[in-house]
Design a protein around this ligand. Structure first.
Ligand code: ADP
Length: 739
C-alpha cells in the first residue's frame, strides 16, 4: 500500500528520531527508568539508578529532549518525565509491552514458562521486600497451600510454621528466601513446614538472589524438594541406612555408584574412591556427575567402558581379582574390582556399583618376592655344593640338584635325632656316626657347624667324603629355630689326591732309597777294602766291574725316577719340549727293545719289525721313552718266565706298535685312569724285577703319544695279560686324526 508523501516523510523522521533516542544503551536505560516510574524522576535519581555521573546523564537527557522523547516536568527543577509526543508514546510502547519475540513459545520466556510448569521441584519468586510474586504448580503441591499473592514473608512464615530441622522456629532472616534477599546463595538447606493432617513436611531448599544488570538485588528465587519420605523413615530403616552409610564410608574399599546413561556418570561415592582417582579430582572433593571418560583415559578407559557396558547389558556382575591398569609413562596399578548392577523393585538396572581395592603394593611385593625366590633358587641350583633345608621334624623342604648328584638320591626326609637309618655316615676314621652328631641334626639343636668332615654311604654302597656345614634357621622370624640348612661338598677327589700324595711320598722315598742304598753299599764295600789295603790293588778287577755295573744300573734307575718326576712336572706346566723331525720308528723301536733285552737278559722278548723303515714326524728320544715304558711295564707286571712281544707294522696311513704281555692284567674299571698322573692300579704288584714305580710312566707315555697326534688303547684281561696298542700317523699324513 502506497503512503502519501507527507506520511512517508513523517515515518522516516520518526524512525530517525527513534534511532537517535535509542542510539545508546544509557538512553535506553533512562527511558526504561522513566517508563517504569509512576512519577517524574530527578537528574540525580536517574544518575544514581543508572550508575553514571550526573553530567553524562544530563547530556543524554538533553539529546533525548532534542528528539522530543523526554521533557522537563517543570522549568525550574531538574526533574524529567517521558514527553507526551507521538514519538515518546511509541518508545513507551516498545519498552513496556512484551515483544513479539517474548510471546513466542520457543523464545526464552516461553521455554522458561514451560519449564516452571513441568518442573518437579517447587520454584518461588519473591520481590525485594519478600513478597511472593509467583510460585509454580509443583511448589503449590509441595507446600499443600495455594499462594496468597502479595502475602508478606513474615505472614507466610508463620502460616507455614516454618521450623529448623531441630524443630525450633525459623527466624525470618534465616529462611531460604530471607538469606537470598541478603545476597546469599543457599545450597540444600533443610527445613520443616507444618503440613496438613498433622504431618510435617520436610523441604530441602536452595535459593539465590535475583540481580539486575548492575548487580542490584531485585528479588529472590527459592527452589525446593519434598524430602519428607526420606526424612521420616521408620527407626529400622534409618538404622539400616545409617549402617549402610557407615559401611560405605569406613570400608577399606573404594565404592562408587554410576548411572546407566551412556556417559556412566558417578552418582555417589565414598572418600576412598576419591583417593583412588587422579589428584585433580581429589582436590575437587567430589566426582559426582563426572562421566567415566573423564575419570579414566586411554586404554584403561576402553577397558573399563567395555566392562560397564557389558554389566549394563547382561546384568551379570563383573569380578576381577587382578585388574591391571597402565599408568603412563611406565608403571602399572593393580586392583581387585567388582562391578554389580543395582536394581529397583521392578528389577530394572538403575545404577552400577563399583567396589575397588587397590592391590598394587601387594602385587609388586609378590612379584618382588617371586623374583627374589627365583634368583635365590637359581643361585642354589647353580651351586656345586649340595644344599638342603630341613624343618624341625626333619622334612626336607628344599634341596638342589647337586644334593641329588652328591648324595645319590633325592633326600625327602632327613633323619631326626633318633634315627640314622636313611643317612649312613661315618667319621673319617670309619666309625658309624650317631644321628645326633650329623651336622643338620646338630644345627636343628641350635648349633652352627663349620666344615665337619664325614664319610657318606650312598644307597648303592659307594662311599664319598663330605665336607659339611650347617646352621639353624629361624624361618618365621619368631626367634625360634624352625629349620636348619646344611651344605655338603663332595671332597672325595680332594681326599683321593691327599691319599695319592701320601702314597706317592711313601713310594718315592722307597724308590729313591733302594737304588741309593745299593750304590752306597757298593761304594762303602769298595772304600773299606781300599782303606784296609792302602796302595795295593784292593779290589779284584771282576768285583770292581760288577760293582761299577751295579752302581751304574742303580744310578740309571735313580736317573729315570728323577727324569720321570721332572717330565711329569713339565707336562703339567706345558714345558715339555719336543724336537720334532722325521724319524724312523723301526730304528727307535729296535734300539729301545735292544736296550731292554740287554738290561733283562733272562727275559724272552720277541720283536717283529717291518722290512722297510716307518717314517713319522716325531721326537726320537720321547718315542723311545714310550717303547721303554711299555716294554718295562710288560716285563714288570708279568712273571719272569712269561714272554713279552713287541711288533711294529703299518696299517693304512698309520704306524701300529703293539706291546703284549701275559701278566696280571688290569681290571676293566681301572683302564680309564691308567694315564693319569701318579695312578697305580690298586692291588697290582710288580711281578718281577725291581722297582715299584711312581705311577708316572703311562702318564708320560700318553702325553707323548697325544703330542704326536697318536692314540693309545689298552686291551687287558685280569690274570691273562695286557696289550698296549699305539697308533701314530705316518710322516705323509702327520696330524690326520685316526679313522
Ligand atoms: P708304574 O711306575 O707304577 O708302573 P705306570 O704309569 O707305568 O706306573 O703304570 C701305572 C699303573 O698301571 C701301574 O702301577 C700298574 O698298576 C698298571 N700297569 C701298567 N702297565 C701294566 C701292565 N702291562 N700290566 C698290568 N698293569 C699295568
Amino acid at each position: 500500500m502506497a503512503l502519501p508523501d507527507e506520511q512517508v516523510r513523517l515515518q522516516v523522521e520518526q524512525d530517525d528520531a527513534i534511532a537517535q533516542a535509542l542510539g545508546a544503551p544509557e538512553r535506553v536505560a533512562i527511558l526504561r527508568a522513566l517508563v517504569n516510574a509512576a512519577e517524574p524522576l530527578s537528574l540525580n535519581t536517574l544518575a544514581v539508578s543508572i550508575g553514571l555521573d550526573a553530567t553524562t546523564i544530563a547530556a543524554h537527557l538533553s539529546a533525548l529532549g532534542d528528539v522530543g522523547a523526554v521533557s522537563r516536568s517543570g522549568d525550574a527543577d531538574d526533574t524529567y518525565r517521558l514527553a507526551s509526543t507521538p514519538l515518546a508514546r511509541m518508545i513507551l510502547g516498545m519498552l513496556a509491552s512484551p515483544s513479539a519475540e517474548d510471546a513466542d513459545p520457543r523464545s526464552n520466556r516461553g521455554i522458561l514458562e514451560a519449564l516452571l510448569d513441568q518442573l518437579p521441584n517447587g520454584v518461588a519468586f519473591y520481590d525485594t521486600s519478600g513478597v511472593l510474586i509467583r510460585v509454580n504448580p509443583a511448589g503449590e503441591r509441595i507446600t499443600r497451600r495455594p499462594p496468597i499473592p502479595g502475602e508478606t514473608q513474615e505472614i507466610r512464615l508463620s502460616r507455614y510454621e516454618m521450623r529448623r530441622p531441630d524443630g525450633t522456629p525459623m527466624p525470618l532472616d534465616e529462611s531460604p528466601s530471607g538469606r537470598a534477599l541478603q545476597g546469599e546463595v543457599v545450597s540444600r538447606m533443610e527445613c520443616i513446614i507444618d503440613g496438613q493432617h498433622g504431618r510435617d513436611t520436610w523441604l530441602r531448599c536452595s535459593s539465590a538472589p535475583l540481580r539486575d544488570e548492575r548487580g542490584a538485588i531485585q528479588g529472590a528465587v527459592v527452589i525446593y524438594d519434598d524430602i519428607t519420605d526420606e526424612r521420616l523413615l521408620t527407626g529400622e530403616e534409618a538404622h539400616q541406612r545409617a549402617l549402610a552409610a557407615a559401611m560405605i564410608e569406613h570400608t577399606f574399599s573404594s565404592m562408587a555408584v554410576f548411572d546407566v546413561s551412556d556417559a556412566f556418570r558417578c552418582v555417589r561415592h565414598n572418600d576412598n574412591f576419591l583417593h583412588l582417582m587422579d589428584s585433580r579430582f581429589e582436590a575437587r572433593g567430589s566426582v559426582v556427575g563426572v562421566p567415566l571418560d573423564e575419570l579414566f583415559e586411554g586404554d584403561s578407559l576402553a577397558q573399563v567402558r567395555e566392562i560397564y557396558e557389558r554389566v549394563r547389558a547382561t546384568g551379570e556382575p563383573y569380578v576381577n581379582y587382578e585388574f591391571s591398569v597402565e599408568v603412563p609413562p611406565e608403571s602399572r596399578r593393580w586392583f581387585r574390582i567388582r562391578l554389580t548392577p543395582v536394581r529397583d523393585e521392578s528389577g530394572t538396572i538403575i545404577g552400577l556399583l563399583m567396589v575397588v581395592f587397590e592391590i598394587t603394593e601387594l602385587v609388586t611385593a609378590r612379584e618382588t618376592s617371586r623374583r627374589h625366590a627365583n634368583e635365590l633358587s637359581a643361585i642354589i641350583e647353580a651351586m656345586p655344593e649340595a644344599v638342603m633345608l630341613a624343618e624341625r621334624n626333619g622334612h626336607v623342604v628344599l634341596s638342589n640338584s647337586a644334593a641329588m648328584r652328591i648324595l645319590g638320591h633325592v633326600v625327602t626326609d632327613f633323619p631326626a635325632r633318633d634315627s640314622g637309618a636313611t643317612f649312613h655316615s661315618y667319621s673319617s676314621e670309619g666309625r658309624r656316626l650317631d644321628p645326633k652328631d650329623l651336622p643338620l641334626n646338630r644345627a636343628l639343636q641350635g648349633e652352627t657347624v663349620v666344615s665337619q668332615e664325614l664319610v657318606y654311604q650312598r644307597n648303592d654302597g659307594t662311599r664319598i667324603d663330605l665336607l659339611t656345614s650347617a646352621a639353624p634357621v629361624d624361618l618365621d622370624d619368631t626367634g625360634q629355630i624352625t629349620a636348619a640348612v646344611a651344605i655338603f661338598q663332595d671332597i672325595s677327589r680332594i681326599k683321593e689326591l691327599e691319599r695319592q700324595r701320601d702314597d706317592f711320598l711313601g713310594i718315592a722315598a722307597h724308590e729313591l732309597r733302594t737304588p741309593l742304598a745299593t750304590v752306597l753299599a757298593t761304594l762303602q764295600a769298595f772304600l773299606r777294602r781300599i782303606q784296609k789295603n792302602p796302595g795295593e790293588q784292593a779290589i779284584a778287577p771282576d768285583a770292581l766291574v760288577s760293582g761299577l755295573e751295579r752302581m751304574y744300573r742303580q744310578s740309571q734307575r735313580l736317573n729315570k725316577l728323577v727324569s720321570d718326576l721332572l717330565d711329569a712336572t713339565r707336562i703339567r706346566t706345558g714345558k715339555l719340549i719336543y724336537e720334532l723331525e722325521p724319524c724312523d720308528l723301526v730304528q727307535v723301536v729296535s734300539d729301545a727293545v735292544a736296550g731292554q733285552v740287554a738290561a733283562n737278559p733272562d727275559r724272552a722278548i720277541t720283536l717283529t719289525l717291518p722290512d722297510e723303515s716307518v717314517m713319522v714326524m716325531g721326537d726320537g728320544f720321547r718315542l723311545s721313552q714310550v717303547v721303554d715304558n711299555l716294554v718295562s711295564n710288560a716285563l714288570k707286571y708279568s712273571q719272569a718266565d712269561m714272554p713279552v712281544t713287541v711288533s711294529l707294522k703299518v696299517e693304512g696311513q698309520r704306524a701300529k706298535l703293539r706291546v703284549a704281555d701275559k701278566g696280571v692284567g688290569i681290571p676293566p674299571e681301572n683302564i680309564k685312569q691308567l694315564f693319569t698322573r701318579f695312578y697305580r692300579v690298586p692291588g697290582i704288584d710288580v711281578q718281577s724285577g725291581a722297582g715299584v714305580g711312581l705311577g708316572l710312566g703311562l702318564h708320560i707315555t700318553g702325553s707323548v703319544i697325544e703330542r704326536h697326534g697318536g692314540r693309545i688303547k689298552v686291551r687287558s684281561t685280569p690274570g691273562k695279560g695286557s696289550t698296549f696298542l699305539v697308533s701314530l700317523p705316518l710322516l705323509e699324513d702327520t696330524g690326520q686324526p685316526e679313522t
